[in-house]
Design a protein around this ligand. Structure first.
Ligand SMILES: [Zn+2]
Length: 440
């Protein structure tokens, strides 16, 4: 038998639903001046205050050793709706995906408004410290909304923390016309240990001689699937037998699959109501391996398991006339078209954004490339190029690396006034070309 069962272990996220009653500070002092004409008597977003709320949340994260939050548009919209409801004294909505959220509100004399908001922000971030600094919460929405009222300014502030928009709308499902199923919502594309590289470690416990070669081959082969956004790498051996903070993805030879005669199994740890994978453990049943250690069969089995850890479930039918790697048992030992479709969907490349600008200095212009990747696959290479006299693009400078996708500037060569230049930026799975810039 060729059983490769799969079990998802779920980790509940910390939830602060609504955070109880909002803290309210109402100014008792009579206002000295009427509300300024610039303040709307209908709720409007306080952009500066909203920025201070996000900065306060990120400062709390930095103090806890956790990186900054990614902005999520739908969470921002939810935060605006929440803060507006606070201002209008209506029932405050909560995020539809169950993401933790907190809010507060109050009224202050106009002269004291900023200080009141800052105090409320500090209190809110303190109240929500645990969820704000939780490492698996990568994305946020923030809002400060205000409205001029008799005697001052009424304000509402709201903070939502959670995860990125998922690639699929359900935790499990199938795209039967595309040849794949999923059993989680794929790899979280914003975690520091997934969005650049997904490092797989191999436990030394019970490891057979050929084990490392099998795992290396499986990871390298799966990683080459065209358009697969995640960058899977073999990161070496480790003594751990289970995932930990330094080894999020682990293969171990041993026992313990839910089905005793399974060749192997993978236990994904997922987060939040969206069930993003943040770590996984693949068990190769040592007795099954020892009984029949054929290379092709085990590379196929390991690719199947690692595909589970990338989000895929079993697809037991045929697609394009053949069974898929993700068949529950007796599938082929190579990635098929349906499997590839699934990997591209569940572990999609992030959106790569790039621009080029010229910085004048010393008679030439430095070519500065600003690039980012919103999700999986980091940034891997970039070059600048300028047109020569005949109009042909000529490469000016190249740079390659294993960069994270956070926005950064990199200087790649220089050019002179009148030249037209552009940059080409590559992530693991995508290539973008910037708009051309003619140097002044
Ligand atoms: Zn399986």
């Amino acid at each position: 038998m060729h059983l490769r069962p799969y079990v998802a272990a779920l980790l509940a996220c910390v939830t602060v639903g609504g955070a109880g009653s909002p803290a309210t500070t109402t100014a008792a002092a009579a206002s000295l001046t009427p509300a300024a004409a610039t303040l709307s008597t209908t709720p409007s977003t306080d952009t500066a205050g909203t920025g201070r709320l996000l900065a306060a949340a990120n400062a709390a994260r930095r103090a806890a050793g956790v990186e900054s939050l990614f902005g999520r548009a739908s969470y921002n919209a939810t935060a605006v709706a929440m803060a507006t409801a606070v201002v209008e004294a209506r029932t405050v909505p909560t995020p539809t995906d169950g993401a933790p959220s907190v809010y507060a509100g109050g009224t202050a004399p106009e002269a004291e408004y900023d200080a009141a908001v800052d105090a409320a922000v500090a209190n809110l971030v303190s109240t929500a410290h645990a969820v704000t600094t939780y490492a698996l919460h990568t994305d946020a929405g923030v809002a400060v909304v205000r409205e001029a009222v008799a005697g001052g300014v009424r304000y509402g502030i709201a903070l939502v923390v959670g995860w990125p928009p998922p690639p699929v709308a359900t935790d499990t499902g199938c795209a039967t016309t595309r040849g794949y199923c999923w059993s989680t919502r794929g790899l979280n594309p914003h975690l520091p240990w997934t969005r650049n590289q997904v490092k797989w470690y191999l436990s030394t416990a019970g490891l057979p001689t050929a084990g490392e070669s099998l795992v290396k081959t499986a990871i390298a082969t799966l990683n080459k699937v065209n358009g697969f956004g995640a960058d899977l790498v073999y990161a070496g051996k480790a003594t751990t037998t289970t995932p930990d903070a330094a080894h999020r993805f682990v293969v171990v030879w041993g026992s313990g699959c839910p089905t005793a005669d399974a060749l192997a199994c993978t236990i994904d740890s997922t987060q939040g109501s969206d069930h993003f994978v943040y770590q996984a453990r693949t068990i190769v049943t040592a007795s099954r391996y020892a009984a029949n250690p054929g290379t092709t069969w085990w590379v196929g089995t390991l690719m199947h398991e690692i595909a589970h850890a990338s989000g895929l479930g079993h697809f037991n039918g045929t697609y394009g006339g053949t069974y898929q790697l993700m068949r529950w048992a007796d599938g082929p030992n190579a990635v098929q078209h349906g499997d590839a479709n699934g990997l591209r969907r569940l572990a999609a490349s992030g959106i790569v954004t790039a621009s080029l600008r010229a910085v004048r200095g010393g008679g030439t212009h430095a070519l500065v490339v600003r690039a980012s990747n919103s999700g999986l696959g980091g940034l891997r290479a970039m070059h600048t190029e300028c047109r020569d006299a005949s109009g042909t693009w000529r490469i000016v400078a190249r740079l390659a690396g294993t960069w994270d996708g956070r926005t950064a500037d990199r200087t790649l060569g220089s050019a002179t006034s009148g030249q037209t230049c552009r940059a080409v930026v590559r992530s693991k799975a995508r290539t973008v070309t910037t708009a051309a810039v003619t140097l002044a």
